[in-house]
Design a protein around this ligand. Structure first.
Ligand code: PEP
Ligand code: MN
Length: 373
């Protein structure tokens, strides 16, 4: 409530909240009166309360995703987490590219792809061993599909390639019952793909793995829903999670998905302490857009890029159209590493509103008081 609010106005707000079934608490200061509202605040309209006489503002102080939510030090500075994949650290000022083919196709292909990743200077190797396909007739569901033996064989191929080139591995999982196999064969990070972004059984199971998890966004999820599904893992004590924006449904049907970089900026500046990755390959579906969108993602705060590359995208078994050629990828890495360094140096120019709002509120209150006198 504003410092000019009358007792009647304060009581009216309390009554409105009580009638709506909420308990309230009150703190009267010299500057403001705070009315605390307890309960599920998603059940009231802040606008309706805002319109009542004497109300200065409504401040949501709790988020339903408590563990995922961004925490701030007392001066308002955000406190970010880092996540380790193998020997690579991601987040809080550490950038890494995770690159590799959409799918592991053969020993030769994944070895060549891993050498491409290493030579270009990326730090982690990706590759799908079982693929989620919307059509049952696509003919390719990954080298690891069909049996546990096939899955183990496929996982071992990428682990071998990763070891050969010193690259920790990131592999998507489809089935909760496979988690221990991924751990046993030595996969370094488990990816939850878009179709499984809200697979309750899988997310529950991943609470218990020591492996870091990359949680991709579902393509029709708003940010809150996504963060609540991540909270599900964290509520079981899991901490080493990276979020990955990979595009959502939207009116831009020219690109495969709409890469929500506004959402990434919101995650990084306001919503979460977890590192945020961006996948410009699935986010655009066009290899010629991967470099600029990767660069854009870094400028809004992405700590990692997840990128599809192939020794020869023209013969790739999946997603060749969005996979980078070796020559393109080398240049992308030069671009993205220097973009990241440049953006780090620009961070000092970022002035968050938090402190300014306090300063200008004081100025406004002083002038209102002068006018009243
Ligand atoms: C992938 O990264 O291999 C993939 C299939 O991406 P998504 O789940 O985001 O579609
Ligand atoms: Mn793909």
């Amino acid at each position: 409530m504003t410092h000019l609010a009358t007792t009647e106005e304060i009581v009216a707000v309390e009554e409105r909240l009580h009638n709506a079934g909420f308990q309230t608490g009150k703190m009267r200061g010299t500057e403001v009166t705070l009315i605390g509202v307890y309960g599920d605040i998603t059940k009231i309209s802040p606008d309706e309360i805002m319109e009542m006489p004497g109300v200065e503002k409504t401040i949501p102080i709790s988020k339903a995703y408590k563990r995922v939510a961004l925490k701030r030090s007392p001066d308002g500075t955000p406190v970010y987490s880092m996540v380790r994949i193998g020997n690579v650290i991601i987040g809080n000022g550490n950038f890494a590219a995770i690159a590799g083919p959409c799918s592991v196709e053969s020993e030769r292909q994944i070895m060549t792809a891993a050498s491409m990743v290493k030579n270009a200077g990326a730090k982690l190797l990706r590759g799908g061993v079982v693929k989620y396909r919307s059509s049952p007739y696509s003919g390719w569901e990954g080298i690891g599909s069909g049996s546990k033996q096939a899955l183990e064989h496929g996982l071992k191929l990428i682990v071998r390639a990763g070891k050969e080139f010193g690259l920790p591995t990131v592999v998507e999982i489809l089935d909760p019952s496979d988690v221990s196999l991924y751990e046993d064969v030595g996969i370094d990070c488990i990816q939850i793909g878009e179709p499984n972004a809200k697979n309750q059984a899988l997310l529950n199971r991943l609470r218990d793995t020591p492996l870091p998890v990359i949680h991709k966004r579902g393509n029709s999820m708003d940010l809150e829903a996504w963060l609540l599904w991540t909270e599900r893992m964290m509520s079981g004590g899991k901490e080493n999670i990276i979020l990955c924006e990979r595009g959502v449904y939207g009116p831009n049907t020219y690109t495969r998905n709409m890469l929500d970089l506004g959402g990434v900026a919101a995650l990084v500046q306001e919503l979460t302490h977890l590192p945020v990755a961006v996948d410009p390959s699935h986010g655009t579906g066009k290899r010629d857009l991967v470099q600029p969108m990767g660069r854009a993602a870094i400028t809004v705060g992405a700590s990692a890029l997840l990128v599809e590359i192939h020794p020869n995208p023209l013969i790739a078994k999946s997603d060749g159209f969005q996979s980078l050629f070796p020559e393109q990828f080398e240049n992308c890495m030069l671009d993205w590493n220097s973009t990241f360094g440049f953006c780090q140096s620009l961070n000092a120019l970022y002035v968050p509103s938090y402190g300014l709002e306090k300063k200008y509120e004081r100025q406004r209150d002083t002038s209102t008081r002068k006018e009243a006198a």
